[in-house]
Design a protein. Structure first.
Length: 230
């Protein structure tokens, strides 16, 4: 079932990107390939490319493989926040410290140390859990570095109910914004929302197609398509 859901979001995202580039780049004839391998053994879930009027090539990569994992994380945070386990941590620390102070016969320490340890444990547990969740989001975004393109896109299947008012969703949006990655979500009834537009990346090679094993064949196919249209 997870694979079917992933394939569906990929279809929705590709349809959206086709319309996006038709509108913004005046391109209606995109060359679309799925599961495209890079020279280093990574894969883009989809690679969209076209030849520009100056004969250079444009490429956009799409990643949806982390969709289910990210959606689960965002849903869980929206419903449970940082979780109840941190309260258990605070109670445990308070109980242990209170027992130790009582056994030592220090009433002053019993009144001061257990509350301080409970608060410190609660804060530390909350901080570590938040950093863990943020790291999960960062890892998903970092994966796009292995799928180089002029534009990079991340797609997630998550409803607006779990997205809106969710600090983790806001963090993901800001993370994509800082790194120039486009972000789209697909909610209920296939409602697709553009959360963040991508920035144009700088290419150190001839073009971004050269990072992919099928780069030469893609250029040839795009060149032939360009000549037919011209």
């Amino acid at each position: 079932m997870a694979d079917q859901g992933e394939n569906r979001i990929e279809d929705y995202a590709i349809d959206f990107l086709g319309s996006y580039y038709a509108k913004h780049q005046k391109k209606s004839g995109l060359l679309i390939n799925r599961h495209v391998a890079t020279q280093k053994g990574a894969f883009a879930d989809a690679l969209l490319a076209y030849q520009k009027h100056d004969n250079s090539f444009f490429a956009a990569s799409l990643s949806v493989r982390r969709s289910d994992r990210l959606a689960t994380l965002l849903k869980s945070y929206k419903k449970k926040g940082l979780g109840r386990l941190r309260y258990l941590t605070a109670i445990t620390l308070f109980s242990i410290a209170a027992l130790a102070c009582f056994m030592a016969g220090s009433w002053l320490a019993t009144a001061v140390i257990p509350p301080l340890l409970a608060v410190a444990g609660f804060y530390l547990h909350s901080t570590l859990k938040r950093r863990y969740l943020e790291r999960q989001l960062s890892t998903a975004v970092d994966e796009l570095r292995q799928q180089p393109a002029d534009h990079q896109w991340l797609g997630i299947r998550v409803s607006s109910l779990h997205w809106g008012g969710n600090p983790m969703a806001d963090y993901l949006s800001k993370l994509c914004e800082r790194r120039g990655i486009g972000l789209i979500t697909v909610g209920k009834r296939a409602r697709l929302t553009l959360r963040q537009e991508p920035r144009l990346a700088n290419c150190r090679r001839q073009d971004f197609l050269s990072y992919y094993t099928s780069g030469d064949s893609l250029r040839k196919e795009l060149g032939d398509q360009f000549m037919r249209v011209a």
